[in-house]
Design a protein around this ligand. Sequence first.
Ligand SMILES: Cc1cc2nc3c(=O)[nH]c(=O)nc-3n(C[C@H](O)[C@H](O)[C@H](O)COP(=O)(O)OP(=O)(O)OC[C@H]3O[C@@H](n4cnc5c(N)ncnc54)[C@H](O)[C@@H]3O)c2cc1C
Length: 553
Amino acid sequence: MSERALNHLPEELRESALEVARTREDRIRRIQRGESFPQLSLTDRKAWLEDFHPDYRADGKRALKVGVNKDEGVPVELANLLEAWPRASVRDLVENGRIPEADFETDVLIIGAGGAGVTAAIEAAKSGLDVLITTKLRAGDSNTIMAEGGIQGADQECDSPLQHYLDVLGGGHFSNDPDLAEALCHDGPDALSWLEELGMLFDKYPTGRMKVRHGGGTSRKRLHSSGDMTGLEMMRVLWDQCRNLRNVNVMEFCPIVELLTDDDGRVVGAVMERLNHGNEMKVVKAKSVILATGGLGRLHLQSFPTSNHYGATADGLVLTYRAGLPFRDLQHNQYHPSGIAFPEQKAGLLITEKFRGLGAQLVNRFGDEFVYSLEPRDVTTAAIIRECSEFSHGATTPSGNVGVWLDIPMIDDLHGKGTIEKEFPGRYSEFYRHGIDLTKVPVLVYPTLHYQNGGVRIRVDGATGLPGLYAAGEVSGGVHGKNRLMGNALLELIVFGLRAGRAAAEFASQTGSGGQAGLSHIESYLDDLKAADVEETRTAPMLLPRYGKALAI
Ligand SMILES: Cc1cc2nc3c(=O)[nH]c(=O)nc-3n(C[C@H](O)[C@H](O)[C@H](O)COP(=O)(O)OP(=O)(O)OC[C@H]3O[C@@H](n4cnc5c(N)ncnc54)[C@H](O)[C@@H]3O)c2cc1C
């Protein structure tokens, strides 16, 4: 490797990157002989997780004082958000004691315009009912659009939904809801066909056969991609389809800040704030509601950087918890092993696992492997933290951040020149613009907060415990248990987006409008907060992260 290729690296990192290049040939020869770094035993996996994974840090959690999951430990940042007062617009409504006439009425209201929300809208619209999507930022601003590596689905001869199911359960440490996992894997092949019919361009061989790769923790190659911009390609076809439907309307910059319920506890609408109209409050009435608000990365648990989009602030969890819906597995979050650690202006952004699927290894500052690169994500994350903290074998950036190397150039050595550029056009050109050639240099990485494994409890049709309310996508919990495997989130949002869309439309057409919209659930939640002596200093949902401001949560 020419030293010029390392010009972007400061002195501290350059020497270590050269070490990685020096050990590369040897590591490649071992792969070519069919040798790999030994996988951990189940006992070692457990021990490494308990000692090093952020989920297991006692000071990262606290018990909730109120609500249906009272006494359960969740990340401190989330607990603070769940135990917060409603926003001013909602408190005004509570104090007035009545909800004004609806400003907007629809049959099915969908909250969130990522993959799950738009998929649900397409399906619900098939019924001919009116569908309204409200979203916090611009249409498309979402984690879905940022997804890189791919979507799983057992559509190959050597694979089956059953094999997929076993992998999902193993990856989730057997804590998944088995019915939800079964639905995910069963619908996988159909979900891929559905996306193809919408026009999604998957990577294929000249014969037309799908290219599939391994993801961490999977026993078969079943990851289907569109380069390293799979989410962007998916959202392209979903939006194209959705925009063609006359009975779907979309409101941008209109976050939902509270659910509305009737006297029977049925969800009958929501309170909206219009961000581009001075946070003006509006009331939306709906016969059924689908929650598709995504995850919580922007809470920056334990001060980790995040790969998530700007609006990932756990709003859906706040709304449903106040309405009395239980959640599950929220103490388990996914810290993706390979967030960028240098250049620091990109800290936390993702380097997809597909790089490791194609052979890139994780190595320490001496260029030595320290973990099998395709262990399940949580185990790989624990291994990186162990290597950097316990053994101090990470490389340190000028500002004191630490990381290990992802040896990307070895992909071209293994699969032929041009593979990196072809398989990862997004990341390749992005780095190239900054003068970094991924075919020549390794990238320094460290775990980044990536995915909310748990969430709102749902049934296989997306129904929640509240009549009229459905949920799909990252906001829901149970499909992945304590740990999601790569590619299963994109599959989940299609499978459960479709199921929720169908069920919500059916509910809306069968049950009519429901009773008088109210906020009695908020009134009783406020009573609980007061009884638990929770100070009145915080409001939620936060809607946008509060960088550079005194944190109110
Ligand atoms: C960088 C990155 C790469 C990834 N790569 C992969 C991959 O290769 N394979 C894979 O399977 N998974 C991947 N994932 C995970 C996957 O992309 C997400 O889990 C999934 O897309 C979530 O979809 P969603 O529709 O549930 O949420 P999102 O796509 O995040 O959409 C949520 C929507 O809700 C809106 N919203 C939030 N709050 C409110 C509110 N109060 N009112 C109204 N709207 C609101 C948001 O603005 C957004 O439009 C990746 C994630 C990231 C961040």
